[in-house]
Design a protein around this ligand. Sequence first.
Ligand SMILES: *Cc1c(COP(=O)(O)O)cnc(C)c1O
Length: 482
Amino acid sequence: MQIPLDKVYKMTPDEFRKHAHELVEWMAGYMENVENWPVKSSVKPGEIFDKIPDKPPQHSESFDSLMRDFNEIIMPGITHWQNPNFFAYFPANTSPASILAEMLIATLGAQCMIWETSPAAAELEEKMMIWLKELTGLPSGFEGVIQDSASTATLTAILTAREKATNFSGNIDGLEKSVILKVYCSEQTHSSVEKAVKISGIGRKNLIKIPVRDDFSMDPEKLREAIFHDKKNGHVPCCVVATLGTTGTTAVDPLRAIGEICRENDVWLHVDAAMAGTALILPEFQWMLDGKEYIDSFVFNPHKWMFTNFDCTAYFVKDAPALIKTFEILPEYLKTRTRGKVNDYRDWGVPLGRRFRALKLWSVIRTYGVEGLRYKVRNHIGIAAELSEMISKEIDFEILAPVIICVVCFRYIPAGYNEDQINVFNENLNYRLNDSGKLYLSHTVLNGRYTLRMVTAQTNVTLEHVQKAWLLIKETARSLIS
Ligand SMILES: *Cc1c(COP(=O)(O)O)cnc(C)c1O
């Protein structure tokens, strides 16, 4: 049975105002108290699911009742990424300026697929990409576009490389009759590269994982050999992905050596700097970009370490026309009078629809200022160096990888344990620490060793948080052996 139109629920502007003001109170209170929440949610699988009704409500419910359930059902199942004791993975930082901009973005609800559907969004995006290009020291000829994630940007790069390598026939004929294309990355490269190679039709077996050196960076000589070998077999090397700041240990692949090999073999060089890209705003980290003249495409995530809410990925390319040629489509309903005179970003990546993400970047960069951003990033790097020193002082702990930016890899070594026992011990230690709710660490495996990984880059982390966390780690480890 249908209800009359005038009975259909509609939130009035005054009701909206009331709820929004209450929410702002909630938001500010959350920011003030986020440290008091257990960092990692301790709910069991299915616990939240079972608390949500199986069927949607037939009749209108109040927003207040939604907020009640949000607080009671949802909040216990949240992992608090904005808690400064969040040391896991890489951060997904927010900042007040970014959150405020997100409110505007949500309110405008603009769909920024082409210039005409919001000229300000397209032009602010173009300008923000110029700001970021200059801040990170990328070559001046590069052009940038905001993507939803580094994974998408890397897919975008590999698809463009595929099209260049096949003289743009892949898009038209498919890959069935194509030569075999090869993509290269190191053993420490992020899994998004493998995903992109699968999606692109190149095929996972054509992704060659190059061994790393002692510092977990790609061995360029091994890359040279692999490319030589593939060419000898009639295959076509299509793309090399170099990482600045691997996910495990923030190892930095040697860009210049890799770039020279790419140039000699006419191979697309994509650089994944998802996390470490932010460190490039510091002059003392420009060394990572030595060899930048060889780069074809570059990605980094302001939504990780540049205080901008997820999602906001910055993707740069040297040859923007090749990118556009790979992605452009022109159905009748998208034809405009301005085409060719402006940037229609729907042609610069996979999705058609796009959020107005440049606004939050603008808000963050203006609010912090370049000096403020540099201060915060430098501070995080300094904290990691101090943590590494604290760990090195203890004879029963071991650092397992060079500390380059803000990730410290270590483990505990109980006396008399063999390698297998040490691994089991550190895995248990990790669970024990995370279950405490006082901090959150994640792990990796390096040369067969279970490795604890501590990232000191949450927006509001201080040396005190890290000192306290380190005390807890030491005490917990030592108490677990007795
Ligand atoms: C986090 C990360 C990614 C994936 O980032 P998304 O934006 O979540 O897709 C890719 N590469 C590296 C090196 C990363 O650290």
